[in-house]
Design a protein around this ligand. Structure first.
Ligand code: ZN
Length: 260
């Protein structure tokens, strides 16, 4: 029996270039969760209801990301409740389906925020805690492996130090420090997941990829992790679903590949 290996991706803020990301994912049979606020960050244009339905219609998961991308930990109890419920209701009306996942705006969360999100009926939330590959994590504190962004080794170090993740610091910082760029880091961490099992989770912002000219690098990264027979390609919610079923923690004989 083999260890479970999962690849997932998630994309934040609902920018129009998310459609280009979706094309790149679809052509490689990769799954993705798009976390979309109701109002664009800093007034930026975001996907309209038809585009969101189109993404969902092509098999991608849509998750909540707050109403106007405010830091939820700074809101009063009433503001927090309003922001979460109104953002989910608006998204669900546009989709005609329930929303099960959420992503903390700016990655900020605390116990109060988590309680309100659980009460709203959500099943999990994604954070911005990088350099994680473990199958064990709390469903409302889903970590990621890396961001499609050229972080410096110091940025990775600060991200890990903030959550006092000694294991990840010890395990992954040598790879980060010796890698030439974020795609190298991604390859190294994917190789570790292939050897030892775990989750490889890439997240990003399509506007950032556009502004920094990272499309070719993103394609290179996606090519590296796609179409592996030993890997399950799942949305953020589906990976939680799999991990909640202890009997399915080992790979079946024939692997279901993600279908767009
Ligand atoms: Zn965001």
């Amino acid at each position: 029996m083999q260890e479970l290996r999962i690849v997932t991706t998630s994309w934040d803020d609902g920018y129009p270039k998310d459609l280009k990301v979706a094309d790149l994912l679809s052509s490689r049979r990769l799954a993705g969760t798009f976390y979309i606020p109701i109002q664009g960050v800093n007034g930026k244009t975001i996907l309209d209801g038809a585009a969101i339905r189109n993404l969902a219609g092509h098999g991608f998961e849509i998750g909540g990301h707050g109403y106007s991308h405010r830091n939820l930990t700074n809101l009063s109890p009433n503001e927090l409740y309003q922001d979460v419920t109104l953002s989910l209701r608006t998204l669900e009306e546009a989709l005609g389906a329930s929303v099960r996942m959420f992503c903390y705006p700016n990655g900020r969360c605390n116990k109060k925020v988590i309680r309100v999100l659980k009460e709203a009926g959500l099943q999990g939330c994604r954070t911005t805690r990088m350099l994680h590959t473990s199958l064990d994590f709390r469903s409302f504190e889903m970590p990621v492996t890396l961001q499609a962004y050229p972080h410096s080794p110091m940025a990775y170090f600060k991200n890990l130090a903030k959550e006092q993740s000694v294991r990840a610091l010890w395990r992954y910082m040598p790879s980060v420090c010796s890698s030439a760029d974020w795609v190298d880091v991604g390859r190294t961490l994917f190789d570790i997941v292939m050897r030892e099992g775990g989750i490889w989770h890439l997240y990003g912002h399509s506007w950032e990829i556009e502004e920094l000219g990272l499309w070719a690098a993103l394609e290179e990264m996606l090519d590296y992790v796609s179409n592996c027979r030993e890997v399950l390609y799942l949305s953020n919610h589906d990976l939680l679903d799999i991990l909640c079923r202890p009997l399915r923690r080992n790979l079946p004989e024939s692997l279901p590949l993600y279908k767009s």
